[in-house]
Design a protein around this ligand. Structure first.
Ligand code: KG4
Ligand code: ZN
Length: 340
């Protein structure tokens, strides 16, 4: 075990957010995120533009994180960085920056799996939040992943269900694009859904094995539905956007909940923690809260800033590894398809 009072810098650059954070014994001292606006006009993340933007942002973002934490880089005990999964060009920026900084400062380097970080974000100390007890089930829902993970200890995780095609965030974003909404469309679908009727239009739930997910068919059925309706009424989308979004969100949320129910039945574990950008969705948050009284589950929903991509979760994993003396050597490489 290493000394307990440690300052860890976390660096995240796996997709389109350049982020840096400082954590001290589970408390986040700073959590800076530069979101790349450039992708909005393309309707999705353009990998080459993302890595260029990371190169521009990384130094100012790290400076800001240190300044806000009110510490000097010489006070840092280790640098934790996302080594995967993610976009290769994006990961490389964070990886090479972190290696150089750790070498320059003469402090340990710690590689972090982004998906593990979304789960371990629950161990960040935050007001009104209690960390989950082991074993628990983690539902990780983002623009890149949809997984149900059985977590028996910090670094003992088993994926027991996952999407066989698109991630749930893609289902939100691609459906939003069909509705003419800008990228990322998930938050906008959520916003309109709150004013609409969730039972207005039935969308089919894709059938796959009990713990797995499929979302590509949903996007296609949204496309055909919109083509059919706009052929009859060219103003269909603008006149019915709330009901369409509410129906779509209802379908996705109840599909996620069906899978969680299957996982609880299979494992007997009733403690559930969600993570990833889609866990910001108001529908899934409400459904999980309701499940506490309906099914007797104990549910954990992280603070909004620790749901979407952030570096505080990377620093959190860094701290857990630092205290156990788990370090990377300087030959560590970024891995776009890193598994849990
Ligand atoms: O975890 P994240 O920030 O990045 C990835 O690792 O992918 O997740 C981003 C995803 C996007 O697909 C975005 O549309 C979705 O999270 N998202 C939402 C909401 N907020 C973010 N989807 C539905 N409802 C929301 N409120
Ligand atoms: Zn993520």
């Amino acid at each position: 075990m290493n000394e307990t009072n440690c300052y860890i810098l976390g660096i995240e650059s796996s997709c389109d957010d350049t982020a840096a954070a400082v954590i001290n014994n589970g408390l986040v001292l700073s959590n800076v995120v530069a979101t790349q606006e450039i992708h909005t006009q393309y309707g999705g993340v353009v990998p080459e533009l993302a890595s260029r933007a990371h190169q521009q942002n990384i130094v100012p973002v790290v400076h800001q994180a240190l300044r806000q934490a009110n510490i000097d880089k010489k006070q840092l005990h280790a640098i934790a960085f996302t080594s995967g999964p993610g976009l290769m060009g994006s990961l490389l920026v964070g990886t090479s920056f972190s290696k150089s900084l750790s070498l320059g400062l003469g402090i340990p380097l710690i590689d972090v799996n982004h998906m593990q970080a979304h789960i371990l974000a629950h161990f960040i100390k935050a007001e009104g939040q209690t960390p989950p007890n082991f074993p628990f089930l983690a539902l990780t829902i983002s623009g890149g992943h949809t997984q149900i993970v059985k977590v028996t200890h910090y670094f003992e995780m088993e994926v027991i269900g996952q999407s066989i095609d698109d991630a749930v965030g893609e289902a939100f974003d691609k459906s939003a694009k069909i509705l003419g909404l800008p990228y990322p469309g998930g938050p906008l679908i959520d916003k309109y859904a709150q004013q609409g009727n969730p039972k207005a239009y039935p969308f089919p739930k894709p059938k796959v094995s009990p713990l797995d997910f499929s979302f590509s068919g949903l996007k296609t059925s949204v496309l055909y539905f919109i083509e059919r309706e706009t052929a009859k009424n060219p103003d269909f989308i603008s006149e019915n956007i709330e009901d369409v979004c509410a129906s779509l969100q209802y379908t996705i949320v109840s599909y996620l909940m069906d899978k969680l129910k299957n996982a609880v039945k299979k494992t007997g574990i009733k403690e559930i923690a969600i993570g990833g950008g889609v866990s910001a969705n108001s529908g899934i948050r409400k459904a999980l809260k309701d499940a506490e009284s309906t099914y007797g589950w104990k549910t954990h929903i992280p603070k909004f800033e620790y749901c979407t991509d952030n570096a505080a979760m990377i620093a959190m994993v860094g701290e857990l590894k630092y205290k156990q003396g788990i370090f990377a050597d300087t030959n560590v490489v970024a891995s776009a398809r890193l598994k849990l």
